[in-house]
Design a protein around this ligand. Structure first.
Ligand SMILES: Cc1ncc(COP(=O)(O)O)c(C=O)c1O
Length: 413
């Protein structure tokens, strides 16, 4: 399972040491710590950071054989790299995916899936609650290649079905979505995709595999911005595509290899090591977010709180069925629109104003003027973004400190 097999091949290599453990039927937490690890001849306990662009060959014949795919081993780090492979294999194990490919960013993952999987004349259906850059790719990039896109309300299954055309090849959802935390029924939309001969892509950046594994519900492709909760400390950009073997073989492999949206081995190493603590961190993010969401729900000037595991979330039951926790993001509306939202942001004494999320530090975003600024007002409305909306990525700080900061800032708003 997982990766491009290079690690498995390397395991058999005589230069690697016997301290490499053979993965048995390890459980999820064990896989997060040990999945995909390959020790070098130095027998290091920590996964090695193989920081190299190229690889040497013992003979010209060996180079030829490797390029023919007849001999195991690496050729060039645009194509694959041992540290990147370890990250891919660990992610595949955690997501329950047959194969995984890392990319430089989350947007590189989304764009690569579209460009690799589509051709002129094809059609895409997407939920309209989307991160701004995902919407840009579908609305501005794909049409240049003669690929059209229909946006639907993600919770409206009849609308998904109606939007399907004979030339529909890919369906796309973020669940939970950025920033409104809308939940889409993965199993139902995957069935619609399959009936139409298409594939469903799920952007799992907000949940992470610790809280949601879309392939268990029938998703064909999962994409990640590992910049977010997988890194967890706001350090490095990264992305991941997880899919079945057929999509990799037919569409993705040669596209990635030749176009090069490759993840740096250093970033792969950071994210690989971050996976070891993902479940622990997500548990705490969820606990903190739930507490902060409930606190915000009691504030008079807060007119709406969106958090998937709060009973007042419109798709609360679906969220509970699909996710193991509500996630680390809470979105809320303040009375008074943009001026009030800005006053609140500028009054913060602990929480940072930032457009990133998934950090150990709590970060507050005004989506209308940042992450979703470049969208047309209609697209913003379709994504559910309002002027008084704030997206809070709840970090790992003490929630008493977070609530005190929000309380004093809300008073000023
Ligand atoms: C849901 C979602 N998908 C994709 C991305 C893009 O990820 P990256 O910034 O790593 O390119 C983001 C970034 O905020 C996101 O929120």
């Amino acid at each position: 399972m997982g990766g491009n097999g290079a690690t498995k091949t390397a395991l058999k290599d005589k230069t690697l040491m016997g301290t490499n453990k053979k993965p048995g039927k390890w459980r999820k937490r064990t896989l997060a710590v040990r999945g995909g690890q390959v020790r070098s001849a130095f027998q290091e306990t920590c996964e090695p950071l193989i920081f190299t662009a190229g690889y040497a060959y013992e003979a010209a014949e060996e180079a030829e054989a490797r390029f023919k795919g007849e001999s195991p081993g690496y050729q060039y780090s645009r194509i694959s790299n041992p540290t990147v492979t370890m990250f891919e294999e660990r992610m595949a194990l955690l997501e329950g995916a047959p194969v995984a490919r890392a990319t430089a960013t989350g947007m590189a993952a989304v764009t690569a899936v579209f460009l690799a999987g589509l051709k002129t004349g094809d059609h895409v259906v997407s939920a309209s609650a989307l991160f701004g850059s995902c919407r840009y790719v579908m609305e501005n990039v794909l049409p240049r290649f003669g690929i059209s896109c229909t946006f639907v309300e993600g919770s409206d299954l009849a609308a998904w079905q109606e939007a399907m055309r004979p030339e529909t090849r890919l369906l796309f959802v973020e669940t939970p979505s950025n920033p409104t935390l809308a939940i889409v029924d993965i199993a139902a939309v995957a069935k619609i995709a399959e009936r139409g001969g298409a594939r469903l892509i799920v952007d799992n950046a907000f949940a992470s595999p610790a809280l949601q594994r879309p392939m268990e519900f029938g998703a064909h492709i999962v994409v990640h911005s590992s910049t977010k909760f997988i890194d967890g400390q706001g350090r490095a950009l990264g992305g991941m595509i997880l899919c079945r073997q057929d999509f990799l073989d037919e569409s993705l492999n040669l596209f990635l290899r030749n176009t090069g949206p490759t993840l740096s081995p250093f970033n792969a190493w950071l994210h690989l090591k971050s996976l070891e603590t993902l479940e622990l961190r997500m548990k705490q993010h969820c606990e903190n977010a739930q507490r902060v969401a409930d606190f915000l729900g009691q504030q008079k000037k807060v007119t709406r709180v969106l958090y998937p595991f709060r009973p007042d979330h419109p798709q609360h039951n679906l969220a509970k069925a699909q996710m193991d926790g509500g996630g680390g993001v809470v979105t809320f509306d303040v009375e008074g629109g943009k001026p009030a939202a800005f006053k609140l942001l500028n009054a913060l004494k602990l929480i940072d104003i930032s457009n990133n999320l998934g950090d150990a530090k709590s970060l507050l975003t005004h989506p209308e003027t940042t992450t979703h600024q470049k969208l047309t007002s209609q697209a913003r409305a379709a994504a559910g973004v309002t002027s008084g909306m704030l997206r809070l990525s709840v970090g790992l700080e003490d929630t008493d400190d977070l609530c005190e900061d929000l309380e004093q800032a809300i008073k000023i708003a």
